[in-house]
Design a protein around this ligand. Sequence first.
Ligand SMILES: Cc1cc2nc3c(=O)[nH]c(=O)nc-3n(C[C@H](O)[C@H](O)[C@H](O)COP(=O)(O)OP(=O)(O)OC[C@H]3O[C@@H](n4cnc5c(N)ncnc54)[C@H](O)[C@@H]3O)c2cc1C
Length: 356
Amino acid sequence: MSGCSDGSCSSGSCTGGSCSDNPDRLPPGMLKRYDLNESTADGTLVWAETEDGKVTRNSAEIIAESSRISDGRVFVALFGGPEAKSLYPEIFGYGADTIYHVRGKATESYSPEVYAEALAQVAERVNPASVLIGASPRGRETAPRLAAMLGSGLTADCTGIAADGRRIVVTRPAFGGVLTADIECVGFPQMATIRQGVFPTPERREGQGTAIYWQYSGESRKKVLSVSRRSEKASDISDARVLIALGAGIRDRTIVDLAEEVASSVDGAMVCCSRALVERGWMPQSRQVGMTGRTVRPELYIAVGISGAVQHITGMSGANRVVAVNTDEKAPIHGYADLSIISDAEPALRELARLI
Ligand SMILES: Cc1cc2nc3c(=O)[nH]c(=O)nc-3n(C[C@H](O)[C@H](O)[C@H](O)COP(=O)(O)OP(=O)(O)OC[C@H]3O[C@@H](n4cnc5c(N)ncnc54)[C@H](O)[C@@H]3O)c2cc1C
């Protein structure tokens, strides 16, 4: 079939590597499976996750960082119908060279098995040196399946990445957060899931590149009957500009209300917490910062009654400025603070409320 020399085409008749009118025959010189190994692998493949028709912040950060650190090209896999084409300029603007726009009936609704298989097909096509995916709920369930399909290893939930040519070294907390481990994946492609907020959010600008339709012809083994959404999504601490973080030093639950009141009067401010307050049932897990919570990079992080355990610091070390309010002048949090206030939490918050 002419016009389909690389296993991809926009006609809708290509099944991703073999054409539907002659499924067993590939164009001359084309391998059935690409050889995913170090000698030929190059570039980075990123899954651009979308939510409400927009590229997620996590994916945008990963694409931009890949283009910054990678010697090779940045390939992006994008799922969605024709409407997803409107995202091309933005994705190119983050630094992608080529978009593989995955289409097909089975990919219309998310399924980890289908998405992993479609991503594996794209990976076999582009033969990347590394595959990077957001450590989002979907990324966390799709990436291990993809790693198994590609016969590769996966470093999950990373908080940093460095590149040396085609080799990447990823960073993640280890041994319950006591250590930070730098991990090199010995196989190819090197795979990692990366937390949101680890890299700066890239500015949105438009760019250009190559877009290829990738027709996925597999079938889904699941049927989605309905989708319901938690309304909490509207407020995500990862997006906050200012965070008032509360810890076990808060003795009275009314302090949480006081902090919420202060936050509501500052544009882009929210209240978050250490794990101690989630364990007390005073705040939801979605507000927890740290190793088993969110990673945040606000302009200002006001840690109130937080000691500064390494598992907490892991999640907030990217904050631009840190203010620590603590009665103990020897608390480790002061080592990370630009300004330390040795004070009881309540009067400090009341003074803050008064000043605002
Ligand atoms: C596997 C694992 C994962 C974890 N993941 C996370 C995580 O994601 N996020 C997280 O936060 N923790 C996490 N933890 C828990 C972490 O180790 C700490 O136990 C926790 O961060 C402590 O929270 P804290 O600083 O609020 O409490 P504490 O360590 O008890 O500190 C309370 C601080 O408040 C100060 N204080 C007391 N009274 C007052 C007052 N009246 N006014 C002002 N200050 C006062 C004290 O001086 C002290 O410094 C994890 C632990 C493990 C083992």
